[in-house]
Structure formats: structure tokens, C-alpha cells
Design a protein around this ligand. Structure first.
Ligand code: ADP
Ligand code: MG
Length: 706
């Protein structure tokens, strides 16, 4: 077979397998009676509530399709507050009087489930005596088959109706944004638009290391990151990994991963090596936010499964290795109408530009006013290692606009004309709203929130995080600003003039959030402070803002969270933070006592034996090397032993603190520094100990041996 044939075959194959495991629109149209299909489609596209009378028909068609594809079970697939997905499998079998079984799946089973939910985090929402939780079908995200199980995307909520998951608030926030954006579009005369969706394309970074090596490190197994490890002679300084040629083993992994994702209808598009050795990235083509979120969860799961098939371990932690880049998840975000218009795309006519500037101004104002909530939305013990470390965006939120757009905004602010590359400026009404250049590309990779031509890229989310949280916040705070704008403009008697004024006033009030320079520099940290921008370095520092009046106000105004739900999430996030650090500290103690100190002891023992043997030979054989190393190792191991003792002591001290915030603050300011001190000594020991004695693989081996 020649090459061109191969290529043709590969292409056929992709279009054939794409979505083959998804109960998607094509399958629905083919398998559902016309009227049922139409009713369901209305539910999906226009957010109309589900017509229960069709549920049985849909369920039966789903089951037949799934059984033909080899499925035996179904599950309500949901996203509890653990950050990963959950599923409980039920088979389709139903007993017959004659002892045989038939395969059944009812509308009731499709629409609602009742998992025993007492073991999922609820932040005190669900007392154990009322442990029932419910799952409800989200028809806007297609059902799919994974590992012989028909998975039905569902929302998860308590007996009292409070959200216990990541999907419910996301759907609510999308609805909030839809509602407010429609108000604005109506003012511009777009009465044909019936739905505004937010779109997301999350770029996913990850590490791949050899599974056998991974299994030799308790820290990776228990904590997802290394707790010890001296810097190897080579890291990422040669900049030879980014976009480098992909090794055959990694390439085989990526190929299989793509196939698995395509089967699930996930638009896996771009793959490349990242900056750090052993680090890679996968970017999908963007889709509606709740689907993008579901797909990103599935992508992370598939990465782990496929890696294992290739003898690899996929690490999704935000900072698995000190000294090399961590992993993020760039959340590309925009707004689009059901008529296919991207609302963050500069337009051609003055009116389109006015509309674009209004949406842009809403984002600028929202991000400035709710910096703290955006920081909260990406808070976790893992991501704290990344934010502010020198390769990641800092914990300070600012917006990159690009030079041209900044010039445009400045022109608006000062009321002066703006001429783009000699083009004549365009006007809206009395006030000047200039021509917007379309080629405002972003080459500033240090900004946490960058405008990239027709979308914003929020770069703070960590690689392990569900993108639900950041998007719930973004959607809600932008909806809030659009609501303010709509309130003003709906009363306006001179629409064009008032838009100009609104945009101008908003820019003046919120321009401090715009920063086009290097976000990694120390000068920026100082300048941000003079601008009054927040710099919330840790989860413990950020979380109080989540329960502030301002936060409760904005989330409850748009029915995204109730106050009770906010408090429950606040508890869950802080608990997660404390537990993560606690597990890390315990793992450290275990590794120090059972691995590191014994390694050093065996090396010392052999060195001492050698020295003795040399002495017994008589003569003047030098034992200087052995003696000097033994002395250094002895004093360092005594020191490490003390540091471990100290860590153990402070860890016990947690119980003296009442309340989750006080405990989180204690973990941050007492336990974590004690861990860092112990690590520093252990890493020094690693450098002095011969490699074959060291109990687990070093950074050099982990990062370069794939
Ligand atoms: P980069 O320079 O960051 O690689 P790309 O143009 O390749 O930029 O896009 C990166 C991600 O942004 C992709 O996942 C892409 O699908 C997504 N993206 C593009 N347009 C939009 C949009 N309108 N809404 C949301 N995400 C988008
Ligand atoms: Mg990007």
C-alpha cells in the first residue's frame, strides 16, 4: 500500500469513528420518531424544560442503541464536588416470570436517579439522616458509551434541592448570562437571537512519566506531586522540549488518546510538547461551556486510562516537580449567539463595534470588580504552587488587551480620535467609538486574563481543576455587569449617546485592571499594589472573599448559588485544601522515616565498611572521602530527623484550631513551611547519596526516562 492510500484510509477512519460512541443529534434524528426528536431538540437548543411524556421513548431508543454497541449497563454520570466524576452502574436487565431476562430502560430511570450520596462532599448541606441525593438528566449534553456503560450526563442535588455538583451552577450561570445578554442584544435590534451561549476551549497540560518509576514514589501515588527531589543537572533551561519532536512512545499514546476522544465526540485538535521535560498539551476545538466541561473531565479520565495502557502515568497535578514548569488549563472563553455570531469579535459597522465595545466593557468591569472571585474560582492547594511561581500567571488578576485595543480604549477615554493604520475612524452617534482593528493578536503569555482577538483566555485555572468553577464565576460576574448596562440602556432616550458614555465611564472606572506588560516581573507586583489590585497568594487567603456580602450578592442576584450553597462550597474547598496538605505532610514523614533515612544509613554503612577495610590493609590509604561524606551525611540526617520531628509536632497542633478557616490558615503558615524545611534537608541528602542507595527515582530519571 502506498502512502497516499494510507493517508486516505486514516482520514476515512477518523470520520467514521468520530462520535461513534455518542447518542448525538444524528443518532437521535435517525432513531427517534419525528415529533419526539423535535420536542427533544427544542429542549436542547432553547433550554425549554423537558417534556416528560417523551422520556420513555427516548430512553428506549438510547438503550437499543447502547445495547447494539455492546453496552450492558447504564449510569447517571455526574460531577460531585470531589472535582472528578462519579458513576454507579446499573444493568439493563429486568427479570421475566419464566426466569429469563429482558433489557429495559425507562424514562423514569433516564430522567432521575437516586444515588446513595452520603459519601460525597456536601459542606454540611446534607445531614446524614437526610442522605438522599438525586441526579437529573442534562439533555443538553449527549449521552455516551464508555467501557460498556451508557453514561447519562446528570446534575446532582440534595433532597432540599441544593446543588451538590459542578454542573448545576454551571447551567444556572449560563442561563444567567443568556438572559442578560439577550436584553442587550434586543436593544441593538437583534430580536432574531433566542439564545446566547458561552463557549469554552480548555487547553489541557499534563505530564507523562514511566509508570514503573511512578509506582516507586509514594508522593506521586498519594499526593500526585513529588514532595522531594533535587534539581537535576538539566531541566528546561535549554528550551528544547517546547514543540520538540514527539518521542515514539508518547506519539503512540497521543494517537490512541485522540482515537478514544474522537469516539466520544470530543474535538481533540492540537497536541504538542510543552516547556518542561515530559510535559505535553492537548487542545480541543471549543464548544458550548457545559459540553466543554463534560468533555474536559472525560479527557482527563481518558488520559490516565490510555497512559496506563502504554506503561505510562499521566500526572495532572499543577506542580508535580519543583523547579520546572507546572501545568495549567487555559480557559478560552467567549459568547456566541444561536445565529452563530461571536459577541467578542470586533464588527465591521459602527453599530457592531458599539455592541462589541459594550460586551468588552462588561468583561473589563466584571473582572476588575470581582478579581477575588476569579482567584477563588481557581483556588486549590495544588494550584497555589503554580500561581506566582515564575512560569505561571501570578495570583494578581489583570487583563491583557494588546497595544491596539488599549489605544482604542484610551482614545475613547479621552474622547479623542483613533485612526487605525490610516483608516478613517468610524463614529457612533455623537460620541466617538472608533474603528476596531481585527488583528489584535496576543503574544503576551504572562497575562492571567488575555484578550486574544475574539475571546478571552483565562490562564489561571490549574491542570487538575474542573473548568466548571472558573466559568461559573466568569458567566455570573459578566451577567451582572450586562444586567447593570441593560438597566441603564433600557431607560435611555438617546441610545447611541448613552452607549458611548457607558463604555467611556466603564473604562475610566476600571482601567486599573488593564496591564499589557510582563506579569512575572517584581515591578508588576509593586505596581499592582499601588493600583489597589488584590494579590491573594493562597487558597486560605482567597476563600474569605467567597463568603463576603459582595460575593453572596452577585451569585444570589442571578440565581447561580444560594447563600447556603456558597457556604457549603466554601467549607468543601477549604476542607480539600487542609486535607491535601495533611496527606502531603504524612506522606513526607513516611518517606523520610521509611525511605530516605534508611537509604542514607545504608550508604553510610558501606562507606564506613570501606574506610575500615582500607585501614585494615595498613599503610597510608586515605579515608578522607569516606570520612568527609559520612560526616556530612550524619549531620544532615540528624537535622532531617529533627525536622521530621518538628513537622510531626506541628501537624498534631492542628487540632487546637477550631473552624475550617483557622485550620487552613494554620496549614498555610505553620505546616507548609515545616514541610519545606524538611524537604530542603532531604534534597541535600539526595545530592550527597550515591544513586543506587536512594530509595526512589530522582528527578533526572523521572523527567528524562520515557
Ligand atoms: P493559542 O494561540 O492559545 O494556541 P488558538 O486560536 O489555537 O490559540 O485557540 C486556543 C483554544 O481556544 C482552542 O481550544 C480553541 O478551540 C479555543 N477557541 C477559539 N475560539 C474560541 C471561542 N470563540 N470561544 C471559546 N474558545 C475558543
Ligand atoms: Mg493558549
Amino acid at each position: 500500500m502506498n502512502n497516499s492510500n494510507c493517508a486516505a484510509e486514516a482520514i476515512c477512519n477518523v470520520s467514521e469513528i468520530f462520535g461513534s460512541m455518542v447518542f448525538n443529534d444524528a443518532v437521535m434524528r435517525q432513531r427517534l420518531p419525528k415529533d419526539v426528536y423535535k420536542t427533544l431538540k427544542r429542549t436542547i437548543e432553547n433550554g425549554k424544560s423537558l417534556d416528560r411524556s417523551i422520556a420513555d421513548t427516548v430512553a428506549n431508543a438510547m438503550k437499543d442503541w447502547a445495547v447494539e454497541k455492546g453496552a450492558t449497563h447504564y449510569t447517571h454520570w455526574f460531577q460531585p464536588m470531589t472535582g472528578i466524576t462519579a458513576e454507579k452502574h446499573d444493568s439493563f436487565i429486568s427479570p421475566m416470570p419464566d426466569g429469563s431476562v429482558i433489557l429495559e430502560f425507562s424514562g423514569k430511570e433516564l430522567v432521575k436517579g437516586e444515588p446513595d450520596a452520603s459519601s460525597f462532599p456536601s459542606g454540611g448541606l446534607r445531614a446524614t439522616f437526610e442522605a438522599r441525593g438525586y441526579t437529573a438528566w442534562d439533555p443538553t449534553s449527549y449521552a455516551f458509551i464508555k467501557d460498556g456503560v451508557l453514561c447519562i450526563p446528570t446534575a446532582f442535588y440534595s433532597y432540599g434541592g441544593e446543588a451538590l455538583d459542578k454542573k448545576t451552577p454551571l447551567l444556572r450561570s449560563m442561563e444567567a448570562l443568556n438572559k442578560q445578554a439577550l436584553r442587550i442584544l434586543k436593544l441593538f435590534g437583534h430580536t432574531n437571537v433566542i439564545k446566547v451561549n458561552t463557549t469554552v476551549g480548555p487547553e489541557q497540560e499534563y505530564f507523562l512519566i514511566d509508570k514503573k518509576l511512578y509506582e516507586q514514589r509514594k508522593d506521586l501515588i498519594y499526593c500526585g506531586r513529588t514532595l522531594f527531589g533535587a534539581k537535576p543537572p538539566k531541566g528546561q533551561e535549554l528550551e528544547d522540549h517546547y514543540f520538540g519532536a514527539i518521542k515514539p512512545r508518547i506519539s503512540a499514546f497521543m494517537k490512541e488518546l485522540n482515537e478514544e476522544l474522537w469516539k466520544l465526540g470530543i474535538l481533540a485538535k492540537t497536541e504538542h510538547n510543552e516547556v518542561a521535560p515530559a510535559q505535553h498539551e492537548l487542545a480541543p476545538i471549543f464548544s458550548t461551556t457545559n459540553i466543554a466541561t463534560d468533555h474536559n473531565q472525560l479527557t482527563m479520565e481518558m488520559m490516565k486510562i490510555v497512559a496506563a495502557r502504554h506503561g505510562l502515568a499521566c500526572i495532572l497535578h499543577e506542580k508535580p516537580f519543583a523547579g520546572v514548569n507546572g501545568s495549567g488549563k487555559h480557559n478560552n472563553w467567549s459568547l456566541s449567539t444561536n445565529t452563530g455570531v461571536n459577541l467578542l469579535e470586533p464588527g465591521d459597522s459602527p453599530m457592531e463595534n458599539a455592541q462589541f465595545l459594550l460586551f468588552l466593557a462588561a468583561v473589563i468591569a466584571a473582572v476588575d470588580e470581582h478579581q477575588a472571585l476569579l482567584r477563588v474560582s481557581v483556588a486549590s492547594a495544588g494550584n497555589d504552587h503554580r500561581l506566582g511561581a515564575n512560569e505561571a500567571p501570578p495570583a494578581i488578576i489583570s487583563i491583557f488587551m494588546g497595544e491596539e485595543l488599549t489605544d482604542v480604549l484610551e482614545a475613547i477615554e479621552s474622547g479623542s480620535a483613533y485612526n487605525h493604520k490610516g483608516k478613517v475612524e468610524m463614529k457612533v452617534g455623537v460620541d466617538v467609538l472608533p474603528y476596531i482593528p481585527k488583528d489584535t493578536t496576543d503574544r503576551n503569555r504572562t497575562s492571567p486574563f488575555a484578550f486574544t482577538g475574539n475571546k478571552f483566555e483565562f490562564r489561571m485555572p490549574g491542570s487538575a481543576l474542573s473548568v466548571s468553577g472558573p466559568n461559573v464565576t466568569l458567566n455570573t460576574i459578566v451577567a451582572d455587569k450586562l444586567a447593570d448596562f441593560a438597566d441603564i440602556l433600557e431607560k435611555s432616550t438617546d441610545f447611541e449617546k448613552d452607549i458611548g458614555k457607558l463604555v467611556k465611564d466603564t473604562i475610566i472606572a476600571h482601567k486599573r485592571i488593564i496591564f499589557n506588560g510582563n506579569n512575572y516581573s517584581d515591578e508588576w507586583v509593586k505596581e499592582a499594589e499601588t493600583r489597589g489590585l488584590l494579590n491573594l497568594k493562597t487558597t486560605a487567603d482567597a476563600m474569605p472573599y467567597f463568603i463576603s456580602d459582595k460575593s453572596v450578592g452577585v451569585f444570589t442576584r442571578h440565581n447561580v448559588f444560594t447563600e447556603v450553597e456558597i457556604h457549603s462550597r466554601y467549607e468543601i474547598i477549604l476542607e480539600g485544601y487542609c486535607k491535601a496538605i495533611n496527606i502531603e505532610a504524612l506522606t513526607m514523614l513516611d518517606m523520610i522515616k521509611k525511605d530516605i533515612l534508611p537509604s542514607v544509613t545504608s550508604y553510610v554503612k558501606d562507606l564506613a565498611k570501606t574506610a575500615l577495610a582500607k585501614k585494615s590493609l595498613g599503610g597510608d590509604l586515605s579515608c578522607e572521602f569516606e570520612q568527609s561524606i559520612i560526616a556530612k551525611l550524619s549531620s544532615l540526617s540528624a537535622c532531617l530527623y529533627k525536622k521530621a520531628d518538628e513537622l510531626e509536632r506541628v501537624l498534631l497542633g492542628v487540632k487546637d484550631y477550631d473552624g475550617i478557616q483557622a485550620q487552613a490558615d494554620y496549614f498555610k503558615s505553620v505546616v507548609f513551611p515545616a514541610m519545606q524545611e524538611a524537604r530542603a534537608v532531604a534534597d541535600e541528602l539526595e545530592v550527597l547519596t550515591a544513586e543506587k542507595y536512594w530509595a526512589f527515582p530522582t528527578y533526572g530519571v523521572l523527567l528524562f526516562k520515557v
